[in-house]
Design a protein around this ligand. Sequence first.
Ligand code: C2E
Ligand code: MG
Ligand code: MG
Ligand code: MG
Length: 292
Amino acid sequence: QAKGAGRSNYRVFTEDMLQKANNKLMIEQDIGAAIEQRQLSLFLQPIVALPDAKLKGFEALIRWFHPERGLIMPGDFIPDIENSEAIIQVGNYVLEEGGAILSRLRKQGWDDLYLAVNLSAKHYMDPGLIPLVQHILSKYDLPPESLLLEVTEESVIEHVELAMASMTSLKQLGVRIAIDDFGTGYSSLSYLKQLPFDVLKIDRCFTSEVLNESTDSHIVSTVIDLAHNLGRTVVAEGIEVQEQGDYLARLGCELAQGYLYAKPLNEERVMTILNTIGEDRIWPVEHAPQFG
Ligand code: C2E
Ligand code: MG
Ligand code: MG
Ligand code: MG
């Protein structure tokens, strides 16, 4: 029986592997067509200032509306193409479309909001990145500081030298840089001091338990103080309830993002909500669930 079980385990394993490999291949092959046929789209999640939820900007989060497979979330295709050329194509699309969104926002009078865009490791170390960013800034006539490029802590740590060089060139263009998912990549404090970033985003795995776990609350408080000592701004990711936002505000965290304020929304929805926002710029938190 043990032998049989072993064999069937083995088969399950290989079929799973085969399926993963096929999936990966299919994604790599489909992505070019997906871009051409406009199946990729950027959703926008608001980023607000604490404590009163004044709107400061949005993070662009990619969605793939596949004609046969329906909606594919980034977690189900980005990791599969992260090491292939396809990620460069996706990244170029995201930057180009991000620039277009910023430009549409500015035309509606929202000229001091920023847009955060996620970059994969392979893409932000690609020699084509700097000229592309430069091109987009001038094509849409954007102030460089309105573009915030997010790189994960993990990707920076994996390639410190290259990441540092690339971040330095990007800073020279005037764009801002955020370290994303901070706390999950185990960077050493000496790197953190040297890296030319502007914003530190504390990962949701720490903010989600900040009210219940004293360890997490100590970590979050320490990270906020550390970032401030280095002159950086902090965003708390994954804020889902008011008490979390209030708590983070008391710890001195400037900015927050999460389902409490809104889930990622399509651009049309964002424009509709923007039309309801007054001079005070306060994002309508009380309506957050219905905006999901
Ligand atoms: P991320 O950059 O850390 O983005 C935050 C993720 O957390 C988003 O998931 C967002 O929808 C989700 N989130 C925000 N607030 C909450 C909350 O309060 N609760 C919970 N449970 N989740 C929240 P999403 O859109 O599925 O994206 C997942 C990851 O995929 C992103 O993590 C980012 O690493 C990657 N990604 C998304 N768009 C792009 C892109 O255009 N390019 C690249 N290279 N990666 C992308
Ligand atoms: Mg991000
Ligand atoms: Mg993140
Ligand atoms: Mg993440």
